[in-house]
Write a protein that binds this ligand. Structure first.
Ligand SMILES: Nc1ncnc2c1ncn2[C@@H]1O[C@H](COP(=O)(O)OP(=O)(O)OP(=O)(O)O)[C@@H](O)[C@H]1O
Length: 260
């Protein structure tokens, strides 16, 4: 039995005059501990699918099962980290990272200590009493990751969490997030436009095509790359081979979408 199963998902957005088929018959499975990426052009439905998996929106058709339970609302087993950090500007970093625990009534001394330790592991112990505007973008994203991990979800949904960062910070954060999620044996699902990021971080990549959003192809990342940190995976010859294959696939998909 897979950890996460997405079964026959169709999703249509209705407005007064239009109906947009955002997802067309998506079927996929994710195993516990896997790092998965959804890769594809803008508008292919990646965020819609992530929101369905998070239980934030109900699909028009189909179902998502997590640990064999159908998801119909946000589930504590799932944590969500977004492109923007959404830290509360009027709260200190310490209060920001513990707010999830507070909201669910689990801000015990133990859990608070665990969260503050995580902050330390992320190199943020000296900024506990500071406010988000006093931190760099990379530091804020690290704090957002601690907040997401504070409630100890089994699975993390990462919606372009590195896309607003400069290149060097992004590479460093990719390594940190990758290592932290491996150490804590979390299952992760990353949405990205960046082919290199998907290859460097994932075990498996689902490439989406647009109009309507579909899984066009699934790539298993070679074992040699998966043993390396994202930074080192980027230097490996197999990285370049896979990058070129996926680049060609996306190029063909784009041409097909333009013709349609
Ligand atoms: N709330 C909404 N109402 C109507 N249409 C929507 C809504 N949200 C998304 N769509 C449409 O659904 C399709 C999929 O959008 P979605 O945001 O899931 O794609 P995406 O792959 O995540 O794009 P991006 O990479 O740009 O974030 C697009 O055609 C989009 O215009």
């Amino acid at each position: 039995m897979s950890f996460l199963t997405v079964e026959h998902i169709h999703h249509i957005y209705f407005t007064k005059d239009t109906a947009t088929l955002a997802l067309d018959d998506i079927d996929l499975t994710i195993e516990k501990g896997e790092f998965i990426s959804f890769l594809g052009p803008s508008g292919c439905g990646k965020t819609t699918l992530l929101s369905i998996i998070a239980g934030l929106i109900q699909p028009t058709e189909g179902k998502v099962k997590l640990a064999n339970q159908t998801i119909s609302k946000p589930n504590p087993l799932v944590g969500y980290m977004l492109q923007q950090d959404y830290l509360f500007p009027w709260k200190t970093i310490e209060d920001n990272v513990t707010i999830g625990l507070k909201i669910i009534g689990q801000l015990t001394a133990d859990k608070k200590e665990r969260t503050l330790n995580l902050l330390k592991e992320m190199g943020l112990s000296s900024v506990e009493k500071q406010f988000p505007h006093q931190l760099s973008g990379g530091m804020r994203q690290r704090a957002a990751l601690v907040r997401t991990l504070s409630t100890n979800p089994e699975m993390l949904l990462l919606d372009e969490p590195f896309s607003a960062l400069d290149y060097q910070t992004k590479l460093k954060l990719e390594d940190l997030v990758f290592q932290t999620l491996k150490d804590y044996q979390k299952t992760a699902l990353l949405v990205t436009h960046d082919i290199g990021e998907a290859i460097a971080m994932s075990d498996k990549i689902f490439v989406f095509s647009a109009k309507p959003g579909k899984v066009a192809r699934t790539y298993i990342v070679p074992g040699q790359l998966r043993e390396l940190t994202p930074f080192h995976a980027r230097q490996h010859p197999q990285f370049t081979d896979l990058f070129q294959q996926i680049w060609k696939e996306l190029d063909q998909l784009e041409t097909k979408t333009e013709i349609n």
